[in-house]
Ligand binder design. Sequence first.
Ligand code: NZQ
Ligand code: ZN
Length: 386
Amino acid sequence: MINFEFYNPTRIVFGEGQIAKLKELVPADAKVLMLYGGGSIFKNGVYEQVKEALDGVRVTEFGGVEPNPHFETLMKAVELIRHEGLDFILAVGGGSVIDGAKFISAAVNFDNDPKEILYKRMSIKENAVPFGTVLTLPATGSEMNSGSVVTIAATQEKLPFGGPALFPKFSICDPTVISSLPKRQLQNGVIDAFTHVMEQYLTYPVGASLQDRFAEGILQTLVEIGVKVVENPKDYTLAANFMWSCTMALNGLIQKGVPTDWATHMIGHELTALYGIDHARTLAIIAPNLYTVMIDHKEEKLAQYGRRVWNIEGVDNKQVAVEAIAKTVEFFDQMGMEGKLSSYTSDTEDIIELINDRFEKRGWTKLGENGIVTPDKVREIVRLSI
Ligand code: NZQ
Ligand code: ZN
């Protein structure tokens, strides 16, 4: 096991009816910016619950944060906070709204051009505006981590950043909020969380037995409930297990003491930035091809995954690894993922070189665990994904 430090200060308030607890969680004298997305919260009762809980608190609202939040939009909220002297952010939404809150939190007191936060992939350690969240879409784990991804619309770039000052103070996770989610977003949530686990698990063995079992437990739970929760999001038990699995998949716990990959996400972000494909769907396009191209490096963990998560029998690791990738594709299909980039766009002619040029300009020439996903591998992965 690799040495590690574990720190996660986010208070999770989980369960039906817990939005009412906002009253106790938001500081009484706070001047709050309430951040939300395109308006789903007005249709499913979440807005009313939040407003009721915050009765008597000074709240300024800012809506219109788009999926894959735009730097340009978030900067308007930064100006509003500065102008009104607000001192607390409440994000009410999915990963995009929460990620947006993290960027705003970092940018308000940032002295230089806030674009630097993205271009330099800064780690924000201090001077962040405190924020809490009311989660409406289980998927990203953003409600209990300190990472964020923001898109610069002008240049079609989607860039990650984060830092220890960007953990939410609290997150309210009420599983009943998922009942208004469109099927597509439920499917996305399952696949995003599934891939988060794979990014932290599917590398090479380091004797981290407990982390492996945590990871396999989340994967097995998602396989067990994935199709069912999409069909029946009003079932509280399914919804609660779905929501908690997504949070646990990316709150830092399972990545402690193990190598991590994240190349699927980095390539996937380019497909969202260039074609607007939903985040999770880009992962479903890339992940199986990455596993195939990197099979020699990942064979042992792929075989372990195949045996423990999919109950594949056999003594030959390579054979089990190949079958495990096929099982993963089958699961993605059941979850409504389209599979190939060509299902979304015919404009794929320059994509291989475009992604490679961008990565090389950013110095991203050694992605994945131990830097094994080099430009030649990225080319091969993208080629198989078209
Ligand atoms: O904007 P509104 O109107 O609220 O509608 C949203 C949006 O259209 C809708 N929605 C959310 N909750 C709903 C609902 N509709 C009905 N009922 C509800 N309860 O769903 C749509 C998608 O929302 P979005 O927040 O974009 O989805 P998601 O949570 O999947 O977030 C995706 C973003 O998170 C980033 C992704 O790259 C992407 O930008 N990620 C963040 C990570 C992190 N911070 O750790 C890690 C992830 O790997 C990911 O990269
Ligand atoms: Zn993701």
